[in-house]
Design a protein. Sequence first.
Length: 336
Amino acid sequence: MRTRARLAAVIAIVSTLPGCTGWQSALDPQSPQSDQLKHLFIVFLAISVIVWIGVMVALFLGVTRPNGRRNQPLAIRTAFERAAGRTIAVGGVATTLIVLGLSIISYRTQGAIFGKAPDSLAVKVIGHQWWWEIQYQADGPYLEFNTANEIRVPVGKPVTVKLETTDVIHSFWVPSLMGKMDLINGQQNAIQFTANKAGVYRGQCAEFCGLQHAHMAFTVVALPPDQFSTWRNAQISSAASPPDPLAQQGELLFRSRGCALCHSIRGTPAGGQLGPDLTHLAGRTTIAAGALHFSSGALAAWIADPQHIKPGNHMPRMPIHSDELIAIVHYLENLR
Protein backbone atom coordinates (compact mmCIF):
# COMPACT_ATOMS: atom_id res chain seq x y z
CA MET A 1 0.00 0.00 0.00
CA ARG A 2 2.84 2.41 0.82
CA THR A 3 4.49 1.71 -2.54
CA ARG A 4 1.23 2.42 -4.36
CA ALA A 5 0.68 5.61 -2.39
CA ARG A 6 4.19 6.83 -3.19
CA LEU A 7 3.73 5.96 -6.86
CA ALA A 8 0.41 7.84 -6.95
CA ALA A 9 2.02 10.87 -5.30
CA VAL A 10 4.90 10.86 -7.81
CA ILE A 11 2.48 10.60 -10.75
CA ALA A 12 0.34 13.44 -9.37
CA ILE A 13 3.38 15.71 -8.93
CA VAL A 14 4.94 14.89 -12.30
CA SER A 15 1.64 15.32 -14.15
CA THR A 16 1.41 18.94 -12.97
CA LEU A 17 4.90 19.91 -14.13
CA PRO A 18 4.04 20.25 -17.86
CA GLY A 19 1.64 23.05 -16.88
CA CYS A 20 4.62 25.18 -15.78
CA THR A 21 5.99 25.57 -19.31
CA GLY A 22 4.67 25.79 -22.83
CA TRP A 23 2.74 28.18 -25.02
CA GLN A 24 0.04 28.87 -22.42
CA SER A 25 1.88 29.18 -19.11
CA ALA A 26 2.17 32.17 -16.80
CA LEU A 27 5.46 30.68 -15.55
CA ASP A 28 7.00 30.86 -19.03
CA PRO A 29 7.19 34.66 -19.50
CA GLN A 30 7.96 35.95 -22.98
CA SER A 31 7.43 39.68 -22.40
CA PRO A 32 8.53 42.27 -19.81
CA GLN A 33 4.94 42.42 -18.50
CA SER A 34 4.62 38.68 -17.92
CA ASP A 35 8.11 38.61 -16.41
CA GLN A 36 7.02 41.23 -13.87
CA LEU A 37 3.95 39.15 -13.02
CA LYS A 38 6.05 36.02 -12.57
CA HIS A 39 8.38 37.80 -10.14
CA LEU A 40 5.38 39.17 -8.24
CA PHE A 41 3.91 35.67 -8.00
CA ILE A 42 7.19 34.23 -6.71
CA VAL A 43 7.49 36.95 -4.05
CA PHE A 44 3.91 36.39 -2.86
CA LEU A 45 4.41 32.62 -2.86
CA ALA A 46 7.69 32.77 -0.93
CA ILE A 47 6.31 35.09 1.75
CA SER A 48 3.15 33.02 2.06
CA VAL A 49 5.21 29.86 2.55
CA ILE A 50 7.35 31.54 5.24
CA VAL A 51 4.26 32.80 7.06
CA TRP A 52 2.58 29.40 6.85
CA ILE A 53 5.66 27.63 8.22
CA GLY A 54 5.89 30.16 11.07
CA VAL A 55 2.23 29.65 11.98
CA MET A 56 2.59 25.87 11.88
CA VAL A 57 5.69 26.00 14.11
CA ALA A 58 3.89 28.24 16.61
CA LEU A 59 0.89 25.92 16.59
CA PHE A 60 3.07 22.86 17.11
CA LEU A 61 4.88 24.47 20.05
CA GLY A 62 1.63 25.58 21.56
CA VAL A 63 0.15 22.10 21.37
CA THR A 64 3.20 20.13 22.52
CA ARG A 65 4.63 22.50 25.14
CA PRO A 66 4.35 21.03 28.67
CA ASN A 67 1.80 22.69 30.89
CA GLY A 68 2.05 22.00 34.58
CA ARG A 69 -1.32 23.58 35.40
CA ARG A 70 -3.65 21.62 33.16
CA ASN A 71 -5.80 20.82 36.19
CA GLN A 72 -6.24 24.55 36.92
CA PRO A 73 -7.53 26.05 33.64
CA LEU A 74 -8.83 29.22 35.35
CA ALA A 75 -5.62 30.02 37.17
CA ILE A 76 -4.00 33.36 36.27
CA ARG A 77 -0.41 32.97 35.02
CA THR A 78 1.08 36.44 34.86
CA ALA A 79 4.30 35.45 33.08
CA PHE A 80 2.40 33.46 30.49
CA GLU A 81 -0.11 36.26 29.88
CA ARG A 82 2.69 38.76 29.34
CA ALA A 83 4.47 36.45 26.92
CA ALA A 84 1.23 35.80 25.04
CA GLY A 85 0.55 39.54 24.83
CA ARG A 86 4.00 40.22 23.41
CA THR A 87 3.57 37.40 20.90
CA ILE A 88 0.21 38.75 19.76
CA ALA A 89 1.61 42.28 19.44
CA VAL A 90 4.61 41.09 17.44
CA GLY A 91 2.31 39.00 15.23
CA GLY A 92 0.01 41.95 14.61
CA VAL A 93 2.86 44.28 13.70
CA ALA A 94 4.45 41.62 11.45
CA THR A 95 1.13 41.02 9.68
CA THR A 96 0.66 44.74 9.09
CA LEU A 97 4.18 45.15 7.71
CA ILE A 98 3.86 42.10 5.46
CA VAL A 99 0.52 43.20 4.00
CA LEU A 100 1.81 46.74 3.52
CA GLY A 101 4.99 45.49 1.84
CA LEU A 102 3.08 43.18 -0.51
CA SER A 103 0.71 46.01 -1.39
CA ILE A 104 3.60 48.32 -2.29
CA ILE A 105 5.24 45.63 -4.43
CA SER A 106 1.93 44.94 -6.14
CA TYR A 107 1.27 48.61 -6.91
CA ARG A 108 4.76 49.08 -8.31
CA THR A 109 4.34 46.04 -10.55
CA GLN A 110 0.97 47.34 -11.70
CA GLY A 111 2.54 50.69 -12.57
CA ALA A 112 5.26 48.98 -14.61
CA ILE A 113 2.75 46.82 -16.46
CA PHE A 114 0.15 49.47 -17.28
CA GLY A 115 2.51 52.36 -17.95
CA LYS A 116 1.79 53.95 -21.33
CA ALA A 117 4.32 53.08 -24.01
CA PRO A 118 4.96 55.65 -26.76
CA ASP A 119 4.55 54.65 -30.40
CA SER A 120 2.74 51.40 -29.65
CA LEU A 121 0.77 49.28 -32.10
CA ALA A 122 -2.97 49.78 -31.42
CA VAL A 123 -5.18 46.73 -31.70
CA LYS A 124 -8.84 46.67 -30.68
CA VAL A 125 -10.23 43.30 -29.59
CA ILE A 126 -14.00 42.87 -29.40
CA GLY A 127 -15.37 39.81 -27.64
CA HIS A 128 -18.33 37.94 -29.09
CA GLN A 129 -20.02 34.70 -28.14
CA TRP A 130 -17.75 32.87 -28.95
CA TRP A 131 -15.02 34.42 -31.08
CA TRP A 132 -12.69 37.42 -31.12
CA GLU A 133 -12.93 40.32 -33.56
CA ILE A 134 -9.53 41.93 -34.16
CA GLN A 135 -9.29 45.49 -35.49
CA TYR A 136 -5.88 46.90 -36.40
CA GLN A 137 -6.02 50.66 -35.93
CA ALA A 138 -3.84 53.24 -37.69
CA ASP A 139 -3.61 56.95 -38.45
CA GLY A 140 -5.47 56.57 -41.73
CA PRO A 141 -8.54 54.42 -42.48
CA TYR A 142 -6.81 52.98 -45.55
CA LEU A 143 -4.26 51.36 -43.20
CA GLU A 144 -6.89 49.74 -40.97
CA PHE A 145 -8.28 46.24 -41.39
CA ASN A 146 -10.18 43.54 -39.50
CA THR A 147 -9.39 39.92 -38.84
CA ALA A 148 -10.48 37.32 -36.30
CA ASN A 149 -9.09 35.04 -33.59
CA GLU A 150 -5.42 35.63 -34.46
CA ILE A 151 -3.32 38.62 -33.48
CA ARG A 152 -0.01 39.15 -35.24
CA VAL A 153 2.47 41.59 -33.73
CA PRO A 154 6.08 42.63 -34.36
CA VAL A 155 8.75 41.41 -31.96
CA GLY A 156 10.09 44.12 -29.67
CA LYS A 157 7.34 46.68 -30.35
CA PRO A 158 4.87 47.66 -27.59
CA VAL A 159 1.29 46.64 -28.33
CA THR A 160 -1.74 48.29 -26.77
CA VAL A 161 -4.82 46.06 -26.79
CA LYS A 162 -8.11 47.91 -26.38
CA LEU A 163 -10.83 45.61 -25.11
CA GLU A 164 -14.59 45.79 -25.66
CA THR A 165 -17.49 43.34 -25.69
CA THR A 166 -20.77 43.25 -27.59
CA ASP A 167 -22.62 40.84 -25.32
CA VAL A 168 -21.48 39.32 -21.99
CA ILE A 169 -18.31 39.84 -19.95
CA HIS A 170 -15.24 38.11 -21.41
CA SER A 171 -11.66 38.04 -20.15
CA PHE A 172 -8.61 38.42 -22.41
CA TRP A 173 -5.58 36.42 -21.27
CA VAL A 174 -2.33 35.34 -22.91
CA PRO A 175 -0.41 33.84 -19.94
CA SER A 176 3.02 33.99 -21.56
CA LEU A 177 2.66 37.65 -22.55
CA MET A 178 0.39 39.49 -20.11
CA GLY A 179 -2.07 39.27 -17.25
CA LYS A 180 -5.84 39.05 -17.51
CA MET A 181 -8.08 41.95 -18.41
CA ASP A 182 -11.88 41.85 -18.56
CA LEU A 183 -14.02 43.02 -21.45
CA ILE A 184 -16.95 44.79 -19.79
CA ASN A 185 -20.12 46.12 -21.37
CA GLY A 186 -20.19 49.87 -21.85
CA GLN A 187 -16.51 50.57 -21.23
CA GLN A 188 -13.17 50.11 -22.93
CA ASN A 189 -10.29 48.57 -21.01
CA ALA A 190 -6.71 48.37 -22.23
CA ILE A 191 -3.66 46.20 -21.61
CA GLN A 192 -0.13 46.27 -23.01
CA PHE A 193 2.58 43.78 -23.83
CA THR A 194 5.82 43.55 -25.80
CA ALA A 195 6.80 40.15 -27.22
CA ASN A 196 10.47 39.37 -26.57
CA LYS A 197 10.90 36.83 -29.34
CA ALA A 198 9.13 35.35 -32.33
CA GLY A 199 6.69 32.57 -31.62
CA VAL A 200 3.07 31.52 -31.28
CA TYR A 201 1.36 32.13 -27.93
CA ARG A 202 -2.06 30.80 -27.05
CA GLY A 203 -4.70 32.93 -25.39
CA GLN A 204 -8.04 32.07 -23.87
CA CYS A 205 -11.19 33.69 -22.57
CA ALA A 206 -10.71 33.43 -18.80
CA GLU A 207 -14.24 34.47 -17.73
CA PHE A 208 -17.14 32.04 -18.12
CA CYS A 209 -19.21 33.50 -20.94
CA GLY A 210 -21.67 30.79 -21.88
CA LEU A 211 -21.97 27.36 -23.44
CA GLN A 212 -18.86 27.51 -25.64
CA HIS A 213 -16.60 29.41 -23.23
CA ALA A 214 -14.00 26.61 -23.37
CA HIS A 215 -13.88 26.94 -27.16
CA MET A 216 -13.13 30.67 -27.24
CA ALA A 217 -9.39 30.63 -27.83
CA PHE A 218 -7.04 32.75 -29.91
CA THR A 219 -3.35 32.97 -30.74
CA VAL A 220 -0.82 35.76 -30.69
CA VAL A 221 1.82 35.33 -33.39
CA ALA A 222 4.96 37.40 -32.81
CA LEU A 223 6.86 38.02 -36.06
CA PRO A 224 10.14 39.76 -36.89
CA PRO A 225 9.39 43.40 -37.84
CA ASP A 226 10.01 42.89 -41.56
CA GLN A 227 7.75 39.84 -41.71
CA PHE A 228 5.05 41.70 -39.79
CA SER A 229 5.22 44.61 -42.25
CA THR A 230 4.84 42.19 -45.16
CA TRP A 231 1.88 40.51 -43.49
CA ARG A 232 0.21 43.82 -42.65
CA ASN A 233 0.57 45.13 -46.20
CA ALA A 234 -1.07 41.96 -47.46
CA GLN A 235 -3.91 42.25 -44.95
CA ILE A 236 -4.68 45.83 -45.96
CA SER A 237 -5.36 44.74 -49.53
CA SER A 238 -8.76 43.50 -50.65
CA ALA A 239 -9.48 39.86 -51.40
CA ALA A 240 -8.02 38.50 -54.62
CA SER A 241 -10.36 37.68 -57.49
CA PRO A 242 -11.37 34.00 -57.80
CA PRO A 243 -8.62 32.30 -59.81
CA ASP A 244 -10.72 29.66 -61.62
CA PRO A 245 -14.33 28.81 -62.57
CA LEU A 246 -14.91 26.66 -59.47
CA ALA A 247 -13.82 29.50 -57.18
CA GLN A 248 -15.99 31.93 -59.16
CA GLN A 249 -18.95 29.62 -58.63
CA GLY A 250 -18.07 29.46 -54.95
CA GLU A 251 -18.11 33.26 -54.67
CA LEU A 252 -21.58 33.43 -56.22
CA LEU A 253 -22.84 30.70 -53.92
CA PHE A 254 -21.26 32.44 -50.90
CA ARG A 255 -23.45 35.46 -51.58
CA SER A 256 -26.60 33.64 -52.71
CA ARG A 257 -26.67 31.13 -49.84
CA GLY A 258 -26.72 33.83 -47.18
CA CYS A 259 -23.10 33.69 -46.03
CA ALA A 260 -22.58 37.33 -47.00
CA LEU A 261 -25.35 38.42 -44.64
CA CYS A 262 -23.06 37.69 -41.68
CA HIS A 263 -19.52 37.74 -43.10
CA SER A 264 -17.52 40.45 -44.81
CA ILE A 265 -14.97 40.01 -47.60
CA ARG A 266 -13.34 43.28 -48.58
CA GLY A 267 -13.39 43.99 -52.30
CA THR A 268 -16.64 42.06 -52.81
CA PRO A 269 -20.34 42.80 -52.18
CA ALA A 270 -20.16 40.65 -49.04
CA GLY A 271 -20.45 43.10 -46.16
CA GLY A 272 -21.99 41.28 -43.21
CA GLN A 273 -20.99 42.43 -39.72
CA LEU A 274 -22.33 39.65 -37.49
CA GLY A 275 -19.56 37.11 -38.09
CA PRO A 276 -15.78 37.18 -38.57
CA ASP A 277 -14.20 39.04 -41.49
CA LEU A 278 -13.10 36.41 -44.03
CA THR A 279 -11.07 38.60 -46.40
CA HIS A 280 -7.86 36.63 -45.80
CA LEU A 281 -9.32 33.56 -44.11
CA ALA A 282 -6.91 31.07 -45.71
CA GLY A 283 -3.95 32.80 -44.07
CA ARG A 284 -5.13 31.79 -40.58
CA THR A 285 -4.09 28.65 -38.77
CA THR A 286 -7.43 27.90 -37.10
CA ILE A 287 -11.14 28.41 -37.58
CA ALA A 288 -14.05 28.69 -35.13
CA ALA A 289 -11.92 30.48 -32.49
CA GLY A 290 -9.37 27.70 -32.22
CA ALA A 291 -11.87 24.84 -32.29
CA LEU A 292 -10.40 23.43 -35.54
CA HIS A 293 -7.08 23.67 -37.35
CA PHE A 294 -7.49 25.23 -40.78
CA SER A 295 -7.82 22.64 -43.55
CA SER A 296 -10.20 21.86 -46.41
CA GLY A 297 -11.90 19.11 -44.42
CA ALA A 298 -12.27 21.21 -41.30
CA LEU A 299 -13.65 24.14 -43.29
CA ALA A 300 -16.16 21.90 -45.07
CA ALA A 301 -17.26 20.29 -41.79
CA TRP A 302 -17.71 23.68 -40.16
CA ILE A 303 -19.80 25.09 -43.02
CA ALA A 304 -21.89 21.93 -43.34
CA ASP A 305 -22.82 21.62 -39.66
CA PRO A 306 -21.35 24.23 -37.29
CA GLN A 307 -23.74 23.24 -34.50
CA HIS A 308 -22.31 19.73 -34.38
CA ILE A 309 -18.78 21.05 -33.90
CA LYS A 310 -19.59 23.96 -31.60
CA PRO A 311 -23.14 23.62 -30.20
CA GLY A 312 -24.87 26.87 -29.38
CA ASN A 313 -22.76 29.15 -31.58
CA HIS A 314 -24.58 31.76 -33.64
CA MET A 315 -23.75 30.34 -37.08
CA PRO A 316 -26.82 28.47 -38.37
CA ARG A 317 -26.75 25.30 -40.40
CA MET A 318 -27.43 26.23 -44.02
CA PRO A 319 -29.00 23.83 -46.57
CA ILE A 320 -26.08 23.37 -48.98
CA HIS A 321 -25.64 20.55 -51.48
CA SER A 322 -22.31 18.71 -51.63
CA ASP A 323 -21.26 20.22 -54.97
CA GLU A 324 -22.08 23.70 -53.67
CA LEU A 325 -20.09 23.03 -50.51
CA ILE A 326 -17.06 22.00 -52.56
CA ALA A 327 -17.24 25.23 -54.57
CA ILE A 328 -17.61 27.45 -51.48
CA VAL A 329 -14.71 25.74 -49.71
CA HIS A 330 -12.53 26.11 -52.79
CA TYR A 331 -13.37 29.83 -52.96
CA LEU A 332 -12.56 30.38 -49.27
CA GLU A 333 -9.29 28.45 -49.58
CA ASN A 334 -8.07 31.06 -52.06
CA LEU A 335 -8.66 34.00 -49.71
CA ARG A 336 -5.04 34.46 -48.69
